[in-house]
Ligand binder design. Sequence first.
Ligand code: E4P
Length: 224
Amino acid sequence: MLVLIDHADVEEIKALYDEYPYDGVTTNPSILKKVGKNPMQVLKEIRRVIPQQADLHVQLVSLKKETMLKEAQHIWDELGKGTYVKVPVTAEGFKAIAAMHAKGITNITATAIYTAMQAFMAAKAGARYTAPYVNRIDNLGANGIETAKVIHSMFRLHNLQADVLAASFKNSQQVLELCKAGIGSITAAPDVLRSLVQHDSTTNAVGVFTTDFYSLLGEGKTMA
Ligand code: E4P
């Protein structure tokens, strides 16, 4: 399962990469708003600081198919052809996904997905990734985890060349559930990502080991 960073603050992204080799970065307009700087400059800086092979998913904001296609081209021109363009699954978004697919473009991430069938239809139209919003789906009284699992199995059942990029998490338990189900990828905010790798009990256990070793050989000593 690919694990991506859903964030746009460059310093935080650098700090996260310093802690763990993540698989890429996703952003949306609201995430970019939080940074409060020129979005394309921020995205270029993110592209520069993350590893070359790491994926970058960037959401377009145009509302009509034709302008979506122009905006997508601009994103690829500025950030590289490997960039995944996130297209919301509006009526115009579906048209744009189909038009990109017809041109042989594969770097498409269908986003703002709230139902399994939206994801299915987006994959059929040509999206490589589909992003169901797990926590937002839960907040609507439906089941976000179940929705992501259903999408995952429908893709396999129907031999669609698409994967789930599950988004919108509030805790590590939701990520675990999708990991157990074999979901292709997830993207989460820094606090959720850190909760996947850090645990107070681990820190406490290491504290005891260190104290015991120092009491044996002296403060600051190691095996070296
Ligand atoms: C990613 O594609 C989504 O834009 C994002 O994860 C939504 O997360 P949120 O529900 O926490 O805003």
